[in-house]
Design a protein around this ligand. Structure first.
Ligand code: FAD
Length: 592
């Protein structure tokens, strides 16, 4: 490590921070730097300014120039626009961290929770040009000198996370690793974690995959069976390895001979393959089921993809041979000494996954009441729209959603009415899945959180507030939530009156046996339930019946499981309000 000024240890600490290569090291060096400069990282409003003042070091200055340029954008109104907003971001994946940075630039207090305590994903991501431009603007090259040099347009997930983590910390974001968000009832694990005390009014889920908090609904897009395989080999950085050309994507339709030869020589049948050289030699491919069965990778054929690719049905050694064979062949047998890199569990970094179904959240935002306060919720990254890896849409659309979400929080911070905030966010969300590298605006230097700078045709009012009342429950439409609760209760009482064994006195306990829900359904759809067949003691069955009917008939997903509803010590009032409001709205809308 080079210390430019041996009399000033903060320079050495800064260098160590910038060059840190693990999540833990980043956090440790950052905390040492803060300690040395007598800075409190929780002082989010002035942390960055004080850091700049106290760290008088030319290398740091080069970084400030980059970050200042971004921070000075008019959209952030000098970090004042969200000065009173407190945001909790779930997940320190690339999209959670990218969102956290924007929220910090808006002046919000931002806390990120991450359940893992290390960044270990070797997989390499192809980046769209605008994301490369964006990351350069955040000084990516200062943290990772090799960032997209020359024609390179990819980066490993862990390296991307490291860059974004460093920027987040410098901008005053509080990042807690090794802490899991367990949902609104259980909150955090460990349950005594100090972050549990954080009072926030914005909650952003960037939990990846299918981590979607209560209240959001999924849509599933099912294609034909698609099986992906990723594998990583150690990069020894030898001259021979340097000579092997990357494969930025070769698909069967464009190179029949390549795939035919692979099949003849190795018995491996692929649809496509990509190879990137990064910290590892990374390969990703789509394999045909028939050849996986023939090569003994998949033991038995099942129509259900979960069973087909379940651990018990996969021969791990055969999978390693398959992946190795494909990698070896596709690089013309020129990669020497091919040893698998290890994953977080210390096993060869090879994974097989199903991407037959793509999930997409129906909505990107909603408002609910929590602990008597209004809470704006949003989704970003994979938990908003699952990407299709062959198109490399993960980071590109993930970052777009991060900016759109920051724009939403900005409106929230400015005090815009809640329904309008959500309506604007949903209008912008309509554009996301259609975005391609070709149709996105090309003036990357003008990109900001303002959607008009990025999308070609933005209509912020394409979705009207009155179409979204189900996302902003009655209780938060207006200032009088007590009045709204009473109104809802009155409506429930009115439509369950006269039913035997049903007495709705409140919005929680009265619903436990499931009979009140069944009665409500019976009032509006008498043919669906035979009330006389229901037993009060059979509460799990009654709740399950009501939940299934409400989901099937009205598209309203359950808020908790039938058994939790029947047995849990406390039923969450706000979840029930949200649920009953949706039922109220659906029946009122659909009943002539
Ligand atoms: P993630 O990276 O999944 O991060 C979510 C984080 O949330 C994780 O760190 C997780 O630990 C944390 N978390 C989850 N639940 C909790 C909880 N309850 N409490 C606390 N923390 C929690 N994208 C591209 O752009 N280009 C590509 O070339 C590309 N190739 C791909 C190839 C493959 C094979 C696959 C599978 C994906 C590919 N992607 C690609 C997609 C890309 O990996 C994702 O889009 C990206 O990682 C998503 O980032 P994210 O932040 O939304 O989620």
């Amino acid at each position: 490590m080079v210390n430019q000024d041996p009399t000033n240890p903060s320079h050495a600490l800064f260098d160590q921070f910038v060059q840190s290569q693990t999540c833990k090291e980043v956090q440790r060096t950052f905390s040492e730097l803060c300690h040395h400069l007598q800075l409190d990282p929780r002082d989010y409003q002035s942390f960055y300014t004080k850091l700049k003042e106290r760290l008088n070091y030319w290398k740091a200055k080069a970084l400030w120039i980059k970050l200042d340029k971004r921070a000075q954008h008019q959209d952030y109104q000098q970090g004042k626009v969200c000065a009173k907003t407190k945001c909790l971001v779930l997940g320190a994946g690339p999209c959670g961290l990218r969102t956290a940075i924007e929220l910090a630039l808006l002046g919000a207090q931002v806390v990120v929770l991450e359940k893992r305590d290390s960044f270990s994903r070797n997989n390499v991501l192809h980046l769209w040009p605008y994301t490369i431009y964006d990351l350069r603007g955040l000084a990516a090259k200062k943290f990772y000198g090799k960032f997209c040099t020359g024609a390179l347009d990819h980066i490993s997930i862990r390296q991307l996370q490291l860059i974004l983590l460093k920027v987040s910390l410098l901008l005053g974001v509080e990042v807690h690793t090794g802490v899991e968000f367990k949902g609104w009832m259980a909150e955090l694990f460990p349950d005594d974690h100090p972050a549990g005390k954080f009072q926030f009014d914005v909650f952003i889920s960037a939990g990846g995959g299918r981590f979607v908090p209560d209240g959001f609904r999924w849509k599933e897009l099912r294609g034909k069976l698609a099986i992906g395989i990723t594998c990583n080999f150690i990069n020894h950085h030898s001259a021979a390895e340097a000579q092997v050309a990357e494969i930025s994507g070769v698909a069967r339709i464009y190179n029949q001979k390549f795939f035919q030869d692979l099949l003849t020589e190795k018995g491996i049948d692929l649809e496509n393959i990509v190879y990137y050289k990064d910290a590892t030699h990374y390969f990703v491919m789509t394999a045909k089921k028939k050849s996986l069965l023939k090569m003994g990778v998949i033991k038995q054929d099942f129509s259900d993809a979960n069973q087909l690719l379940g651990q018990a049905n996969v021969d791990q050694d055969a999978l390693l041979r398959y992946a190795h064979g494909a990698a070896h062949f596709s690089t013309g047998h020129r990669l020497p000494n091919m040893q698998f890199a290890l994953n977080h569990a210390g096993q060869p970094d090879v994974a097989m996954f199903d991407f037959t179904c793509m999930h997409r959240a129906e909505n990107a935002s909603l408002v609910r009441e929590r602990k008597g306060k209004k809470l704006l919720m949003g989704l970003v990254g994979d938990c908003l729209v699952e990407p299709f890896w062959p198109l490399g849409t993960g980071i590109a659309r993930g970052f777009l959603a991060a900016f759109d979400t920051a724009w939403m929080v900005r409106s929230w911070g400015k005090g815009k009415p809640h329904l309008e905030v959500v309506a604007e966010r949903e209008s912008i969300y309509q554009l996301l899945s259609q975005t391609t590298p070709e149709n996105i605006n090309k003036n990357y230097s003008a990109f900001s959180i303002d959607p008009a700078t990025r999308y070609q045709h933005v209509n912020l009012n394409s979705i009207k507030a009155n179409q979204l009342q189900h996302l902003v429950p009655m209780c938060v439409h207006g200032p009088d939530s007590v009045g709204a609760f009473e109104e809802l209760l009155k409506w429930c009482q009115q439509h369950t009156a006269g039913y035997d064994r049903v007495k709705v006195k409140d919005l929680t306990q009265s619903w436990r046996s499931g009979l009140a829900l069944c009665a409500l359904i019976n009032t509006f759809r008498p043919h669906l339930i035979d009330m006389s067949s229901l037993k009060e003691s059979d509460s799990v069955h009654n709740n399950q019946l009501a939940f299934s009917l409400l989901e099937g008939e009205l598209g309203i997903p359950p808020i908790i499981s039938a058994s939790d509803m029947a047995t849990k010590e406390q039923i969450d009032k706000l979840s029930m309000v949200l649920y009953l409001t949706q039922i109220h709205d659906a029946f009122n809308e659909r009943t002539p």
